[in-house]
Design a protein around this ligand. Structure first.
Ligand SMILES: [Zn+2]
Length: 149
């Protein structure tokens, strides 16, 4: 399946999942996370074909396998929200420090850190969504996916 289709599915999926995770949060922070998710999804959707090149003899090997998909979903489901919570806590504490800062350079630095943590939080969920969407699209082709490799 060509990369453009993978991107066209992965990026909106990543952004959509990110937005669905952040209702009630400040709009600008949600947008930063969603931008991170779009970038992460774009990258995540490329990973399976980097590891199993489409023109190589092993296309749809382990990086496209159902066993990896199941393991990845389990790990992501168990740890992703904790990691994201940690990143959002970091972002919130930098937002607080930015408000307290009197020096504009210090304020800029804390604002940058706040956005960075939110962006990374979005990136992680986007990465998982992008990788997952690549495998879901592959599963619905005639060749489907291998169980292990
Ligand atoms: Zn592929």
């Amino acid at each position: 399946m060509n990369g453009r289709i993978h991107q066209a599915v992965a990026v909106p999926a990543g952004i959509g999942i990110s937005l669905s995770q952040t209702p009630g949060q400040p709009l600008f922070g949600r947008m930063v996370e969603a931008a991170g998710a779009g970038c992460g999804a774009s990258f995540g959707a490329r990973l399976p074909d980097w590891w199993d090149p489409p023109n190589g003899p092993d296309h749809r090997s382990w990086a496209h396998s159902l066993s990896l998909a199941v393991a990845g979903t389990a790990v992501a489901g168990a740890s992703l929200s904790d990691i994201q919570q940690h990143l959002r806590t970091q972002a919130a504490s930098h937002a607080q420090m930015a408000q307290w800062a009197t020096d504009p350079i210090i304020r800029f630095w804390h604002t940058f850190c706040e956005w960075f943590y939110l962006f990374v939080s979005g990136c992680l969920v986007g990465l998982a969504a992008g990788y997952g969407s690549h495998l879901v699209l592959g599963a619905f082709t005639p060749r489907s996916l291998p169980f292990i490799a």
